[in-house]
Design a binder for this molecule. Structure first.
Ligand SMILES: C[S@@+](CC[C@H](N)C(=O)[O-])C[C@H]1O[C@@H](n2cnc3c(N)ncnc32)[C@H](O)[C@@H]1O
Length: 219
């Protein structure tokens, strides 16, 4: 297990601090501008689309962290929603978030994204927000997330990529503190998505954050 994965698993202050930031737009919006040159509201807009998946959709949210994406869900519109993360500390926060929102149908699962405990073709959607830059082998993670999607299923999310020099300096700080793995550029990200076999790949950069999506080919 990499030192970064271990730090996320253990869930110290840096780790839980992230969850506090991302769940509070009053903090995350200025933080997003200053640190990544991005508009954090774009992340919330992207997350809101999770609430529009058709009834009964099977959704994998990995890494779910403390459950920031749960804000898109409604108690009376159950999906099969599996929220997976390697960190028991983050999963405990996700459990609290689900309870507070009365989303008792969410399934929480401790799992490593690079070896997902799910069958091929099990989900209609996989969402992965702020995750790939925390994984030791993001290309493998993308292949795993693609494997568990059904043909025609969609992967979407965002991740930190190389940005302007001052953003890269802050990224290097997060790496020194052991919460980020290597950070790549947008072209590398596109390569992982294409190499995993996804089609209709889109990668759009906003500051040092890339938003991406792709679809598993039908049949
Ligand atoms: C920056 S947080 C993002 C979490 C959430 N998606 C969000 O937007 O708040 C990164 C998450 O990745 C998880 N993580 C790190 N390595 C992982 C791995 N190998 N497999 C699954 N989750 C992992 C961490 O525990 C943490 O919850």
């Amino acid at each position: 297990v990499s030192a970064v994965t271990e730090q996320w698993r253990q869930g110290g202050r840096l780790v839980t601090g992230w969850d506090v930031i991302i769940k509070n737009p009053v903090i995350s919006i200025p933080y997003g501008w200053v640190v990544y040159g991005t508009d954090a509201r774009r992340t919330y807009r992207s997350i809101r689309a999770v609430g529009q998946f058709p009834d009964g959709s099977r959704v994998l949210d990995v890494p779910c962290g403390g459950g920031v994406a749960f804000r898109a869900l409604r108690p009376d519109r159950p999906l099969r929603y599996v929220a997976a993360d390697v960190s028991p500390v983050m999963l405990a926060r996700a459990r609290e978030e689900a309870a507070a929102r009365k989303l008792d149908w969410i399934e929480l699962c401790e799992a490593d994204v690079e070896a997902l405990p799910f069958d091929d073709d099990e989900f209609d959607h996989c969402v992965t927000y702020w995750g790939l830059h925390c994984f030791p082998d993001p290309a493998l993670a993308v292949r795993e997330m693609t494997r568990v999607l059904r043909p025609g299923g969609e992967l979407r999310g965002n991740t930190v990529v190389k940005g302007a020099p001052h953003q890269n300096a802050l990224i290097a700080l997060w790496q020194r503190l052991g919460i980020f793995e290597a950070v790549h550029d947008r072209e590398a990200l596109r390569g992982w998505l294409v190499d995993a076999g996804l089609e209709q790949v889109s990668v759009d950069r906003s500051g040092a954050i890339a938003f991406f999506s792709g679809r598993k080919p039908e049949g």
